[in-house]
Design a protein around this ligand. Structure first.
Ligand code: SF4
Length: 310
């Protein structure tokens, strides 16, 4: 079966071996984050609808999961905001009912959690990883570039309401952009919010691969660790990638095809995904591993970031 809405499984830094579910076309989102690895948001929207047919997603999941694959998680992520899809609650409920052995994980940018129907749709999930990259309105707009109707205050109040009712685990993710959301003023605001939020973990992240703009820099890991200490005992840094050997899903063949392609011609992420028939997030995970291994390097060209053999 040729899956249109599933990708991976991919080795995830936090979740182990994770099958991805992508519920939006590339790229529909409520935000247009400067660090987005999927590039610029084409459809900046708040409209909740059936972006892809729910029945098709359920059919693919049933087909894939009845083969009893070895997975640590089934994760809603993909190339846009999953809670924009109006069928997300039905899909989560289906997974918990038909395949309860798999951990259901939701990555969300938190922007729609002020809606009661979105909060209740997520309730059966096992783990929700919401993002919060800014507390002040100004920094929220600079980093996340939201639809104009959204505000940081609304996001935080929706997130707080969700955390107060959700019975699964919540790991809050904060993406750090040096010089923007690590100022003493913003850190003080983060501390105030962290004190109120009922979450299991707070994790700092930073740039791995180029984002939607070229002016952002990754924060070195040692600086991230120091920042986590400043923010509080409960704050940690997202771990290193799971080692590849643990990942039965890591295909040496796909790795070799990527290397063969960029050996002939340096390519962007989109070039590679298109040429090799991979989901853009799948291709990205392989590039992460190859960058981590020091086999390839990136450089900025006319059409964006290119990957080439080192
Ligand atoms: S990082 Fe996530 S929330 Fe931000 S624009 Fe990309 S898909 Fe949307």
């Amino acid at each position: 079966m040729n899956y249109k809405h599933l990708f991976g499984p991919v080795p995830s830094r936090r979740l182990g071996i994770s099958l991805g579910i992508d519920l939006t076309p590339q790229k529909a989102c409520t935000l247009n984050c400067v660090y987005c690895e999927c590039g610029k948001t084409d459809e900046l929207t708040l409209e909740r609808k059936e972006y892809v047919p729910t029945a098709e997603v359920l059919g693919e999941l049933r087909h894939y999961l009845t083969q009893h694959p070895e997975l640590d998680a089934v994760t809603f992520s993909g190339s846009g905001e999953p809670t924009l899809h109006s069928g997300v609650g039905e899909i989560i409920a289906f997974l918990k009912r038909e395949f309860p052995q798999y951990r259901v994980v939701m990555l969300t940018n938190s922007t729609l959690l002020h809606l009661p129907e979105v909060r209740s749709a997520l309730l059966p999930a096992d783990l929700v990883i919401p993002s919060l990259d800014a507390v002040s309105e100004d920094v929220f707009r600079r980093i996340n570039r939201p639809r104009h109707e959204l505000s940081s205050a609304q996001l935080i109040s929706g997130l707080t309401a969700f955390c107060d009712t959700f019975e699964g685990e919540v790991w809050l993710e904060v993406f750090i952009i040096p010089g923007i959301n690590d100022t003493p003023e913003e850190l003080a605001l983060f501390r105030q919010v962290f004190e109120r939020l009922r979450v299991d973990r707070i994790q700092l992240n930073s740039l791995d691969r180029p984002g939607a703009v070229d002016w952002i820099e990754p924060m070195p890991r040692e600086n991230l660790v120091a920042l986590a200490h400043q923010l509080g005992d409960e704050v940690e840094v997202i771990g290193k990638p799971v080692i590849r050997q643990r990942c039965a899903a890591f295909s040496e063949d796909t790795r070799d095809r990527i290397l063969a392609t960029i050996r002939v011609r340096p390519s962007t992420l989109d070039d590679l995904a298109g040429a090799l028939g991979l989901h853009v997030l799948d291709a990205g995970k392989y590039l992460d591993v190859l960058l981590g291994d020091g086999v390839i390097e990136q450089h900025v060209g006319e059409r964006g970031v290119f990957y080439r053999i080192k």
